[in-house]
Write a protein that binds this ligand. Structure first.
Ligand code: FMN
Length: 233
């Protein structure tokens, strides 16, 4: 199934940017470990948020083409999911012919256009139960490991940690040799020792699950859904 077909056929929250209403397509039976406070209205970066009935996934894309379409496929099957894009992700999406307008039809979309990463305020108000960074570039992984929060994506990871919200990170550079899809062909890359070490360091972080294959990512997301008693589509 092609990516466009998948976007059209999979269910989940529809939305365009940060101001779309949501249609629940799942039921939460129990929400262990979630904030008790119901999710309320909040206002960020000048765009008022509608009141959400339930917390959501915050799915972050970085400037990585490694299993980008497959990652988006998993995200598009999740209920109640917002997309957070690094500036590099926007460029790379374009190079892989993924249209932002297509994404807006499926997700609320947050772009990296404020120095303060203004949307992270949502994390203080119980809007999110889980952060997924997939795929994560070696650049973003390095920043996560050293506690740097200077992009939208590194900020949501840092703020999630400070709120004890679990994160799943799909790190691209986990093997000495990686066969990966460039925009026009498949290529072999040889991650540096520092890249491999950072992936290992990230495994030791609190509230963090590291996936290094798309299958591991799928399983980690599925495990989180089960923990939350939510079903995907
Ligand atoms: C087509 C394309 C694909 C890329 N894929 C990867 C990748 O798989 N892994 C990676 O670490 N960097 C990749 N990069 C480089 C990142 O986009 C670049 O390091 C960027 O600064 C990362 O920024 P971010 O981590 O804030 O998203 C890619 C760049 C391009 C142009």
């Amino acid at each position: 199934m092609g990516y466009a077909t998948l976007l059209l056929s999979s269910t989940g929250a529809g939305g365009s940017d940060a101001d779309r209403p949501f249609r629940p397509s799942f039921r939460v039976v129990d929400r262990p470990g979630l904030p008790r406070r119901p999710v309320g209205a909040a206002s960020h970066a000048g765009s008022p948020m509608k009141r959400d009935p339930l917390p959501r996934f915050a799915w972050a894309l970085t400037g990585s083409g490694h299993f980008l379409r497959e990652s988006l496929e998993i995200a598009s099957r999740l209920p109640y999911t917002d997309l957070y894009l690094s500036a590099a992700a926007e460029e790379v999406l374009h190079m892989y012919n993924v249209d932002l307008e297509d994404l807006r039809r499926r997700f609320r979309l947050f772009r990296d256009n404020t120095a303060s990463a203004a949307p992270v305020g949502l994390f203080y108000h119980g809007f999110y139960h889980t952060v997924v960074i997939a795929p994560a570039t070696s650049n973003t992984v390095a920043k996560l490991v050293y506690g740097i929060a200077d992009t939208l994506v590194t900020n949501i990871y840092a703020q999630a940690g400070k709120q004890r919200i679990p994160s799943i990170v799909f790190a691209c550079d986990a093997e000495p040799e990686v066969y990966t899809e460039a925009p026009k062909e498949w290529v072999t890359l040889y991650p540096r020792r520092i890249d491999l070490e950072n992936t290992e360091r990230l495994r030791r972080f609190e509230y963090t699950t590291v996936a290094t294959t798309i299958e591991e990512l799928r399983r980690a997301v599925e495990a989180r859904l089960q923990c939350l008693n939510i079903s995907g589509s």
